[in-house]
Design a protein around this ligand. Sequence first.
Ligand code: SF4
Length: 474
Amino acid sequence: MTTHLPPPEHPAIDALDEGLLGAVAAGAARLTPRQALDLIERAPLPLLGRYADARSRSLHGDSIRTYIIDRNINYTNVCTARCTFCAFRRDASDHDSYTLAPAQIEEKIGELIAIGGTQVLMQGGMNPDLPLSWYTTLLSGLKAKFPTIHLHAFSPPEVIEFVNFFDPPGDTLAAKIAYVLRELQAAGLDSLPGGGGEIFATPVRRKIGLGKCDANAWLTTMNVAQSLGMFTSATMMFGHIEGYADRVHHMLLVRQWQDKALREPTPLGPRPPAHYKSFIAWPFQRENTPLGRVKDWGADPAELSQEFPGDVVARAFDWGHTDEVDHKSLAGAAEFGRRVRMSGAVDYLRTQAVSRLFLDNLYSIGSSWVTMGPHVGQLGLMYGANDMGSVMMEENVVSSAGTTYCLDEPVLCRLIRETGFTPAQRDNAYDVLRVHTGPDSPDLRVTDWSAHRARKLHREAVSRPVPLSVSTTR
Ligand code: SF4
């Protein structure tokens, strides 16, 4: 069993103390949640960048930064949940609902293999019409036809809905999850993506993730998957109704469960060496979503003299010590859920840099160029990220909410090389497959860049206006 001893915390030291930040960058000190919140709220961006980059370099060196070639396949948009930030979901009766046939999925994987892809990221809505056998037949068919492709599929909210839909045997939620995951793993599932994390704080999650599993179910699913030997990732979607402390609380839970995964045996048996491999955070994309149609904080200038309602509720939530927050009777929180505080490039880079410093037990931090655009994504490599994620052939979820960025391999390599690093293709386990040093590198072979601009390559469903239906109670 791996021995994992987190570095010591120094709660009495100011978060902006460069001695503390230097020790964190070297892996010799751990930030407290309050220090992380302090950094998000008041650290100058260049200071955060300097130490997040130092931490990234101490873990990943000065030479290469990575990417993967995979394909995002959204197998169905039919979903029982009604997340207010989602422009992707449909009811089964909607004219543009869809569920892909296995032959369509196979065709997409064939296209992926043709460009050197190694992984499929398969996620979808929570579709009650699909039995467990639909998934196991699909997975075993894909493994038989494409034995070398890594199947990275089904985020925790999907797995929890499998438990609800299929009523598997087991006395506890963990046992039921284990039953479902064992069936999927036997059919060919290799690992679980970290979708559906959003913000773990209960008051926020109850407002935006209508019908989606709670934080404990999300984290338990990942713990069980890891106990079965599957590496997983963690995500966070921020820049909406949450307070800054909610972001830190979210990362704190990931850090605590990662400590647990690295340290403790599992009740399901001896623990194989699986845990969270990566963390990626991205800002909420508002177009075509119910949540995106609520007012920006500060649209009424008088609001700006007050505290953002999300921060008021986050303080009452008190890092999870008070799960039930009655925001209606909380002074300054009446508009909680009715105002969004959207993230721009600076807030994005600030949050990503703090994630690198705070999550000292996470190996990889991904830069989210898909939502932030190629050039902010590129800057992310200087603010603690070591990985540029995937070449994007297809994406339907955030692109339904207005994001239109898709990049091919030469552009992704060029973005990495321009930051002073050598691009390297990796696999799901973050093992390097190819380091692009020679003239055969994908970007160095290109002489005419006009055909390689960032663009939207493919979407499965057309967008449509979504009625405003933000819930205020739940
Ligand atoms: S985010 Fe996922 S779970 Fe939520 S409504 Fe959209 S498809 Fe369904």
